[in-house]
Design a binder for this molecule. Structure first.
Ligand code: GLP
Length: 237
């Protein structure tokens, strides 16, 4: 893995933008996108930049089960607010959180991914090492699924909701298998609360207990982290 450590999130996000631009220059058309506070700066820089996604497709990693597109905490709403409304794509795909038929929804989403192979996948990480909503213990070969969120994740994500009771307990997530099929992966993590996950994924064993560690097996991953997220690393990068 190519590990890049930056003093602050602004510099790190600028580098992440360059990686998107390089991918487009090399012909990338389909981008896997992520939500959360980590990519917010990158999306801001994308909007300010001349990057052109009007011929590109986006596929988001995940969506809360039970939240409508216009719910302020849904990932549809997040993407519309932070990117799509200001930087249009040719087409955008996100799992449908209101589809109660999990078999149909996961099949529909897997077909979308199969028809649009992902050129560059953007990933954040949960403090427990989850990617998308692939929680610890998830099979590395899994495709899109309806995931049960762990108590840790519900607690970590409750900061966006009025109370913890309002955080959905399930979410549709792209599977680790599909994430690993992406041609290139750009992983971003900021802050001390990600340091243990970053240490484990880079310097620990590849284990389902730390889903992000699977990235050690991908041939084309760039890790962009800040000093705080790098604070537990023992090797030099
Ligand atoms: C959620 C998302 C993940 C994201 C993680 C970290 O759980 N499903 O895709 O990486 O949060 O979020 P943040 O960037 O806000 O720390």
């Amino acid at each position: 893995m190519n590990v890049l450590i930056f003093d602050n999130q602004e510099e790190a996000s600028k580098k992440a933008l360059d990686i998107f631009k390089d991918a487009i220059d090399k012909g990338a058309k389909t981008f896997g996108l992520a939500t959360g506070s980590t990519p917010e700066k990158l999306y801001e820089l994308m909007i300010e930049s001349d990057i052109d996604f009007s011929d590109s497709t986006s596929i988001n990693l995940d969506e809360y089960y039970g939240l409508a597109d216009d719910h302020p905490q849904s990932y549809h709403y997040f993407m519309e607010k932070h990117l799509f409304s200001k930087k249009p794509f040719k087409e955008t795909f996100i799992p449908d959180g209101l589809n109660e038929d999990a078999e149909a929804e996961t099949k529909r989403f897997d077909e979308i991914i199969a028809n649009h192979p992902i050129d560059l996948q953007l990933l954040g990480v949960g403090p427990n090492g989850h990617i998308g909503f692939n929680e610890p213990g998830t099979d590395f070969l899994i495709k899109t699924h309806l995931a049960d969120l762990t108590d840790d994740t519900i607690k970590a994500n409750s900061r966006f909701f009025d109370s913890i009771d309002q955080v959905p307990t399930k979410a549709y997530s792209m599977g680790i298998g599909s994430i690993m099929d992406s041609k290139e992966i750009l992983f971003i993590a900021f802050g001390e609360n990600k340091a243990a996950a970053v240490k484990g994924m880079l310097e620990g064993p590849v284990t389902e207990e730390l889903p992000a560690s699977v990235l050690q097996k991908h041939p084309n991953v760039t890790l962009i982290i800040d000093q705080a997220a790098a604070s537990q690393l023992e090797k030099d990068y």
